[in-house]
Design a protein around this ligand. Structure first.
Ligand SMILES: [Zn+2]
Ligand SMILES: [Zn+2]
Length: 360
């Protein structure tokens, strides 16, 4: 029916006339009738050509997608390739900060700070480092979860056009991984991995602890940074060499450390807060866009959109961290833990997340 609606009335009439070709009686008539007949034939020809390339599903978006298909292909391949470079960059930059801290900062803290401050820096610094390394490693190495991995019958809501496979609720196709991902959040080039049902917690915890670590470094090293900055400025004011090579190296390392950690802290704070807001609402990054569109569409027709995966602020966080009892807030959130999330990521029935009644 939609095919007919898209044809103009004249084109539809001509098409119907094509189906009932009449004997040609007008050929021997006058010149005017001849011209009219030729026009009619020309229209038949055009309609025939149009019917050969007509597609009821074609619209401007499909046309644009087709035009930009090579660009998408290039971006996907570059992102896949750059993922390895980005992961190496994260490891390299984090290692450089650690070398500076262990070589310059910690010895200075131990030799000049009072005992309680030394204890605090040693305990907090190492706990934060452990949490960053653990969650980054797990976020990279843990598969986000794919429907094809599941052996059980898959309760699908649609079919993926790329995988030709049932797609459960909250599952989306990643064009970079070229697979469907359960509860897909986004493809992260800094992990060279998709963020989905099985590694979403690792990704968020990494962002959170990395932000905390960067803020901790930039706040703790502020005095050393100011001293180093003033010293570097004096290099150019006095012709006499005032500092040894090690001292100059210390100054430059402190400036590098502070600039790097404070810039990453600013960028990551924004990203972490954005993801925290999404988790509070029970949404993924992909669903945020879909839900906004849906809310706007329903608002126009006087209805209110309700996110079916929003179970309440605290409950959303409890589900996200896989907390079954109160002590898990400590052992599953503030200590390294490789526990699996609730459910298989195929169905989102609330009974999956129900609190253990025997838990304290
Ligand atoms: Zn797919
Ligand atoms: Zn991906």
């Amino acid at each position: 029916m939609s095919r007919w609606r898209r044809l103009s009335p004249t084109a539809a009439r001509l098409f119907l006339r094509c189906l009932h070709l009449r004997p040609c009686s007008a050929w021997g008539g006058r010149g005017g009738r001849m011209t009219g007949r030729l026009k009619e034939l020309w229209s038949y020809g055009r309609l025939l050509l149009k019917s050969l390339c007509f597609n009821a599903l074609c619209n401007f978006d499909v046309f644009l997608d087709s035009i930009f298909e090579p660009v998408y292909w290039l971006v996907d391949h570059l992102t896949r390739w750059f993922g390895v470079v980005f992961v190496c960059l994260v490891i390299l930059l984090t290692s450089s900060v650690l070398v500076i801290v262990y070589y310059f900062v910690l010895p200075l803290i131990i030799s000049t700070y009072p005992a309680h401050w030394v204890t605090w820096h040693l305990c907090y610094g190492h706990w934060n480092l452990l949490m960053i390394v653990f969650h980054y490693y797990k976020a990279i190495r843990t598969s986000p979860g794919h429907p094809l991995q599941m052996k059980t019958d898959i309760p699908s809501v649609s079919i993926c056009k790329k995988c030709i496979f049932p797609k459960p609720a909250r599952t989306h196709h990643c064009s970079i991984c070229n697979r469907c991902v359960l509860k897909m959040d986004h493809h992260c080039p800094w992990l060279n991995n998709c963020v989905g049902h099985l590694n979403h917690r690792y990704f968020f915890s990494f962002c959170l602890f990395m932000t905390m670590g960067c803020i901790y470094c930039s706040v703790s090293c502020w005095d050393m940074f100011v001293g180093a900055y003033n010293a570097v400025e004096s290099y150019y004011q006095t012709p006499e060499p005032l500092f040894t090579f090690t001292e100059k190296l210390f100054h430059k390392c402190m400036i590098y450390l502070w600039v790097l950690t404070s810039s990453v802290a600013v960028a990551l704070t924004g990203l972490t807060l954005w993801h925290a807001a999404l988790i509070t609402r029970g949404e993924t990054s992909v669903e945020r866009h879909i839900n906004r569109k849906e809310a706007r569409r329903l608002r126009d027709s006087g209805k209110v959109f309700r996110n079916p995966y929003n179970y309440g602020k605290v409950e959303n966080w409890r589900i996200f961290f896989g907390v079954k009892k109160r002590s898990h807030w400590l052992t599953h959130v503030l200590l390294p833990s490789d526990h699996a999330p609730f459910g298989e990521g195929l169905t989102w029935d609330r009974s999956v997340y129900r609190r253990d009644p025997t838990a304290i």
